[in-house]
Design a protein around this ligand. Structure first.
Ligand SMILES: *Cc1c(COP(=O)(O)O)cnc(C)c1O
Length: 359
């Protein structure tokens, strides 16, 4: 039986990448050891790191005036690192509140400065994103932070906000690489790797060079973008195996048509699932149509008493990790780049069968 993994993160990786990792595990390119055992300062690993960065730059069309940092600490560390590095003498920053991850970013930023919440969708249980025209921005904000894809609520913002001269900061943990994105519109993009990039333990930060170098007093060395930029992400030992695996994922993206091709398939996959959810009253999508995520699709059954039977049957059919986040309930299907169309088709078939037997 084919198994499909719908986990929100750590999440499915391309089978071809896992097979290459397996083939190279014990003896990488005839070097007699695995990537895990290599010095991060040796020429072999330095080559792996340089290639990973070059491939990511190519796949995302990252302009030359941006640094790409391979860090640790997860997106959650960026919740602190962003204000520490970007307040740059200003008293406050603007934040959009569209869900659980926005809330965590806001809570952490409040430790370092004043936060102005430009708009919030908490009034309707974070089921939509407030329109840009309604955001109450502070003209003196050090930066504007938002979460383009709320992984838990399944709420995605497709248009990039026009922030003018205010640096735009995005937590792209669950949307990076899912579609082409104009990097030049952003001051900082950050993402934990375990959703759409590679294994957990690696965090990618893409930061415009002119924003680097002015940290809050007391900022730990490891939280200073400049330290990592000046040392090409090798100030200390980086997440070497994660960087190597992410590098293989970037090559897989290049070999499969890049981000334009990913977007096409991702739209096809999400479209299939949302039209199934909309086709009868048996299932329901709680998210506003314009903000329905391409990557994380929460849904409920009209009768929550059927949830356990749905999940058990799904597991028996090889469809794993569909249980919704504890804060939302119901189900959630995460359908990142590495989820093949066949996986979503299998899920839809199962949903049809389940409705026939329980509807
Ligand atoms: C998963 C996730 C995080 C947390 O990432 P960690 O790497 O576990 O710290 C933050 N923001 C978003 C949008 C996420 O999906």
């Amino acid at each position: 039986m084919t198994i499909y993994n719908f986990s929100a993160g750590p999440a499915v990786l391309p089978k071809a990448v896992l097979q290459q990792v397996q083939a190279e595990m014990v003896n990488w390119h005839g070097y007699g050891m695995s990537v895990m055992e290599m010095s991060h300062r040796g020429k072999e690993f330095m080559g792996i790191a340089a290639e990973a960065e070059a491939d990511l730059r190519e796949v995302m069309s990252i302009p030359g005036n941006y640094k790409v940092l391979f860090l640790q600490g997860g997106a959650s560390s960026q919740f602190a690192m962003v204000p520490m590095n970007l307040l740059r003498g200003k008293a406050s920053a603007d934040y959009l509140n569209t869900g659980e991850w926005s809330k965590k970013a806001i809570k952490e930023a409040r430790r370092y400065g004043k936060v102005n919440v430009v708009a919030s969708s908490e009034d309707r249980n974070f089921s939509y994103a407030p329109a840009f025209a309604q955001w109450q921005r502070d003209p003196n904000a050090a930066y504007l932070h938002y979460t383009p894809n709320e992984t838990i609520g399944g709420v995605e913002i497709f248009d990039i906000p026009e922030s003018g001269n205010t640096p735009l900061v995005a937590d792209m943990s669950s949307t990076i690489l899912s579609r082409p994105m104009d990097v030049s519109k952003f001051g900082v993009i950050y993402a934990g790797a375990q959703k759409n990039i590679g294994p957990a333990g690696l965090t990618i930060v893409i930061v415009r060079e002119d924003l680097i170098g002015e940290t809050l007093p007391g900022t730990p060395t490891m939280f200073d973008y400049k330290i990592h930029a000046d040392n090409e992400s090798m100030y200390n030992t980086p997440a070497t195996f994660g960087m190597y695996t992410a590098g293989l994922v970037f090559k897989w993206l290049k070999a499969n048509g890049g981000l334009a091709a990913m977007e096409k398939t991702n739209r096809e996959k999400a479209g299939l699932l949302y039209s199934r959810l909309d086709s009868t009253g048996f299932y329901n999508s709680p998210v506003a149509v314009d903000n329905r995520s391409l990557m994380n699709v929460p849904f409920t059954l009209h009768d929550a008493a059927l949830d356990d039977a749905f999940l058990k049957g799904a597991k028996d059919a090889g469809l794993l990790q569909l249980k919704g986040h504890r804060s939302v309930g119901g189900m959630r299907a995460s359908i990142y780049n590495a989820m093949p169309l066949a996986g979503v088709q299998a899920l839809v078939t199962y949903m049809n069968d389940f409705e026939k037997t329980h509807g």
